[in-house]
Design a protein around this ligand. Sequence first.
Ligand code: NCD
Length: 327
Amino acid sequence: MRSFTGRDILSLNEFERQEFFRVFEIADRLEPIARNRQNTDLLRAKTMVTAFYQPSTRTRLSHEAAMHRLGGRVTGFADPKTTRAGDFYQESLKDTVRMLEAYGDVIVMRHFQAGAPQEAAGWSSVPVINAGDGWGEHPTQVLTDLYTVLRERGRIDGLRWLAVGDMRMRTMHSLGHALSQFDCPVTFVAPPADALFPGSPDMRMPEEYKARFARSGLDFREAEHVEQAIVEADVILVEPVIQPDYTLAHHEASEEARPSTPANYKITRELLAAKAKSDAIVLHSLPRMDELPQDIDTTRWSRLWQEAFNGVVVRMALLALVLGAVE
Ligand code: NCD
């Protein structure tokens, strides 16, 4: 297994099976710190720089919380409009990153362009963690999801997944890469073109990703309706189909009426009660629209808040690993 020290976390395509377990082993070791609401001094000498070119609630703040729990320092920006990269100058990624690497020991970047964190990693002498790039990948979110499955179900292998939502989304791409390293068949359910309203885009898994998943041996199929896959599912991962274009820098809040999610792509309390296994679990990276109504939160299936808490724990593990504190 390759060392994590100094390594960029850009894609789960490059992750091997043992490397997932290494991250989860360190997460288990660090979990009591977060559970007991303590801060330690493992990363006392280190600084994390956040570079968020796109809005974020959970991903940025959980990285910051993780750094605080490990006693490290945090600096950075949550909105490029407050920097020269977002004003008249539109400062280049190269020039920005050559600054940021001087200000800290690890850079956590979210960007509206797929591939931007990869480019940043090319310019940076310190590790870069991809916190979501356009319609690219979202490795730390999916590590969190798999860790949540491990904690809640006691294993990862042998569980069947249902993933529903817009398959252009970065979480879905990281998910396919990750599950190819495990014995985890997955069914993808997503709207074809025109399914939401006339002219709505094709949200099914892009051919390019299907080809990559096939090459890496992922056991996947596609279905049209969640009802075709929910009965067998052990893990139900939900994402929105009503959502903005991730390749744009800004999305204004809109008062316009939004279409509602068709039943094909919706996980409701009634559907879970009628069809789901009693020990299945439901995950959602959030934010949600109406694809996962609020009343599922109080059902036995929901693990949304465990997933949110685990987001801090997994990022503690990643930061400790790439900064060489636990080798
Ligand atoms: C995801 C993201 O931004 O890629 N959310 C997240 O990181 N918590 C998915 C989403 O926005 O739905």
